[in-house]
Design a protein around this ligand. Structure first.
Ligand code: CP
Length: 308
């Protein structure tokens, strides 16, 4: 039995290094099996509920595909047509969903710590699909899995993370997961008002080497990976400041080709304008593959949590 059987996953810190390396190898194995056989038998008789209280394309669909490929069944809770519209609380909704006896529930919510707040009264294991600005632990799982596949290791990597580091939930989870590896350096690349939050830095202090900078071109040649996120216009008090900075946070083919080394380019997606589409054809552009990797590594996570 693996240590993840029946476990709630609400933070990237819920994974130990050994869990991550085991899940990555399992994901590669499942990838081969799914490519060969389409749908597998491991999940027969198991039921997963996806309870998303906030929009999603990748997280929800890749979890659903992962469960279907494992041979299990998916029940989708759809907020817009649910009795939430009649005033039922989200907590009662979770009690009701859990009462039907699912084997696992994947939750996304715009409120930080919502999955934490229900996990003690929900019997099924809870997997967080993102909670507000707090964390997105399974996004980090596919991010680090993608790095591991690219380089054959995570130890020793130098990763630049760029964009809205203050409010983006993928950044904390990625930072926390990278602490499970040795000699990782992270460059946080953002305008001062969108730099990474102090509470996140406190949790990674002494466990990764990090630097905070404003201009990606100052470090691009040192990076193994450039992880781009959206710069969020709505976060700027001064719209002129946003317009002034915007160009600095666009990764274009022209910018990349000005430098001697192009790092692996990743993005949790959705992309808006921060990576121009002429980057998509570069061999270093891995963001669509990264999204696809999510299905395999989430299948690995489901297999372990369900103990199948
Ligand atoms: N990366 C990510 O979480 O995408 P979705 O919001 O589409 O799930």
């Amino acid at each position: 039995m693996t240590p993840l059987v029946g476990k709630d996953i609400v933070s990237a810190f819920d994974f130990e290094r050994a869990d991550l390396l085991r899940l990555f190898k399992l994901a590669d194995g499942l990838r081969g099996e799914i490519e060969a056989r389409g749908t597998l038998d491991y999940g027969r008789g198991k039921v997963m509920i996806t309870a998303f209280f906030e929009p999603s394309t990748r997280t929800k669909i890749s979890f659903q595909f992962a469960m279907v490929r494992l041979g299990g069944v998916v029940v989708d809770f759809i907020e817009e047509v649910s009795s939430l519209k009649k005033g039922e609380t989200e907590e009662d909704t979770m009690r009701i969903l859990d009462g039907y006896g699912p084997d696992v529930i994947v939750i996304r919510h715009s409120r930080p710590f919502f999955p934490h707040s229900v996990k003690d009264f929900v019997k099924a294991p809870i997997l967080s699909g993102g909670d507000g600005t707090n964390e997105h632990p399974t996004q980090a799982l596919l991010d680090v899995y993608t790095m591991w596949r690219e380089f054959g290791r995570v130890d020793g990597l130098t990763v630049g993370v760029m964009g809205d580091l203050k409010y983006g939930r993928t950044i904390p989870s990625l930072s926390y997961m990278l602490t499970r590896f040795n000699d990782v350096t992270v460059y946080y690349i953002a305008p001062k008002q969108l730099q990474v939050r102090e509470e996140i830095l406190k949790k990674v202090e002494g466990r990764i080497e990090y630097h905070m900078i404003e201009n990606v071109e100052d470090v691009i040649e040192k990076l193994d990976v450039l992880y781009v996120t959206r710069l969020q216009k709505e976060r700027f008090e001064d719209p002129q400041e946003y317009e002034r900075l915007k160009g600095t946070y666009v990764i274009s083919r022209g910018l990349l080709e000005r430098h001697g080394k192009i790092p692996v380019i990743m993005h949790p997606l959705p992309r808006v304008w921060e990576i121009t589409t002429d980057v998509d054809d570069l061999p270093q552009a891995k963001y669509f593959e990264q999204a696809r990797n999510g299905m395999y590594v989430r299948a690995a996570l489901l297999k372990e949590v369900l103990g199948i």
